[in-house]
Design a protein around this ligand. Structure first.
Ligand code: ADP
Length: 429
């Protein structure tokens, strides 16, 4: 959009409005742009604070962040940035609807949820993107890909010349954040493209429950779900992200049917799914994201349709460090752990701690260094055990339980002014 800026780095600034703010997006966008460009330098990524002195922003805005970008530097002069401001207001996190319930059927199976739908951006998914930590820039790569397809769609590119299917497949071990990443991506898209689409929705289909509960009916149900999706995308200024979780349970059936081990119902479901996917590929305002724990079990016809097949692995030692650090920082900020400064990975690298063995350091100035080393050695053992992100996020609870279990007292979150009862870095042990 800022044409004269071809040699500049594109930087996205996201502005979250307060829940009940009635401010006009355009007004806020202009005010934020003016404010942001008044800085000389901005850190990437960072959360801005200075805007609280601007009355019209202070009234309406909850948070302003400068998002991570392709720029390899951690700060940049504003003149070298092409800034895009995105203003959004997340909807209430509880606004989830059941979707595609087979209402015509009698009996307890009526309770089965074929899918859930929510409005995006959603309060529930705020912060999710930042909480997911991966090596190799996986998050940005996926976001860039999706943005690229949306730009091509918008430009009315001839599908015969440049083609894509709008299907992204994430696969890898359980608990590596695939489902969360899909939700976080959907939220990002809703924020980044709010100028283009007046509403965005996320429809989540859980293949496992769909398939196991509605075995003989699944084919019809898939059709019904997708015809619902087609209705949704008729509205051209609305964007729909369809998340098909555990897609292998849907599509493994066809292989089974061919091998003669599954009834032909399975075959019908998969065929229904593939036909419906093909119908969607010419629509501009839909994106399909699928997750799988077992890519070998997915029907190859489905895999062929995916434009991007991304393997999401167990976290690396560095990613584990960051995940545990984020847990520790959260507990420190809420007053459960006494304020220790846990160095960032960049600081750890800077101090050359990465390959040093963990040693106890008694000097108070080196406490932070020492915490870094201990956390790093913990990260190494977690990695050796092959722990997933999900398991890692539960670790602090277990550590706290153990700390309490040996007779320690932990005050509630009101504790910071009362350091005696606080946990002194126990989760690190
Ligand atoms: P999957 O779909 O791969 O089984 P989920 O999306 O259900 O995984 O992940 C469960 C939780 O585990 C997430 O909400 C997140 O808190 C945590 N988690 C998993 N992987 C990561 C990661 N790479 N970084 C941070 N948190 C993670």
């Amino acid at each position: 959009p800022q044409d004269s800026t071809l040699s500049k780095w594109l930087i996205h600034v996201e502005v979250r409005l307060k829940l009940r703010s009635s401010a006009r997006y355009e007004t806020i966008k202009n005010a934020v742009y003016a404010h942001v460009t008044s800085y000389e330098t901005l850190y990437i990524p960072s959360t801005l604070e200075g805007w609280k002195d601007v009355p019209e922003l202070a009234d309406a805005v909850e948070r302003i962040i400068v998002c991570e970008s392709a720029c390899p530097k951690s700060s940049l002069p504003v003149q070298e940035m092409a800034i895009q401001v995105h203003v959004y207001q997340p909807t209430d996190g509880d606004a989830f609807e059941e979707y595609g319930n087979n209402g015509g059927q009698q009996g307890e199976e009526d309770e089965t949820m074929a899918a859930t739908m929510c409005e995006l951006p959603n309060q529930q998914y705020e912060g999710l993107w930042d909480s997911l930590i991966y090596a190799d820039n996986v998050k940005m790569k996926l976001l860039d890909y999706i943005q690229a397809t949306l730009i091509l769609s918008d430009a009315n590119i001839d599908y015969n010349l440049v083609s894509w299917n709008r299907v992204v497949l994430l696969h890898g071990p359980p608990g590596t954040g695939k489902t969360s990443l899909c939700r976080a991506l959907a939220q990002k898209i809703a924020i980044r493209f709010s100028h283009r689409y007046s509403n965005a929705r996320l429809l989540e289909i859980n293949s496992h429950s769909l398939f196991s509960k509605w075995f003989s009916e699944s084919g019809k149900l898939v059709q019904k779900l997708f015809s619902g999706i087609t209705d949704l995308i008729e509205e051209e200024d609305g964007f729909v992200v369809v998340l098909i979780d555990e897609v292998e349970s849907l599509t493994a059936a066809r292989a089974g049917a061919m091998a003669g081990t599954e009834p032909s119902d399975g075959l019908r479901v998969v065929n229904a799914l593939l036909t419906q996917l093909d119908k969607l590929k010419h629509r501009k305002n839909v994106l399909i994201m699928a997750t799988s724990n077992l890519v070998q079990a997915i029907d190859s016809a489905f895999v062929d349709r995916a434009d991007i097949i991304q393997f999401v692995d167990l976290p690396s030692r560095e990613a584990i460090y960051d995940i545990l650090r984020s847990c520790l920082c959260e507990m420190t900020s809420k007053g459960v752990v006494a304020g220790t400064d846990v160095p960032s990975l960049a600081q750890v690298r800077l101090y050359g701690l990465l390959d040093e063995p963990s040693i106890e350091d008694e000097s108070p100035q080196d406490r932070s260094n020492s915490t870094g080393k201990r956390l790093l050695s913990l990260a190494t053992s977690c990695q050796l055990q092959g722990m997933s992100g999900r398991a890692l996020r539960k670790l602090p609870v277990l550590a706290l339980a153990r700390y309490i279990g040996v007779g320690n007292v932990v005050l509630s979150h009101t504790a910071p002014s009362h350091p005696s009862g606080l946990l002194q870095g126990a989760p690190v042990e």
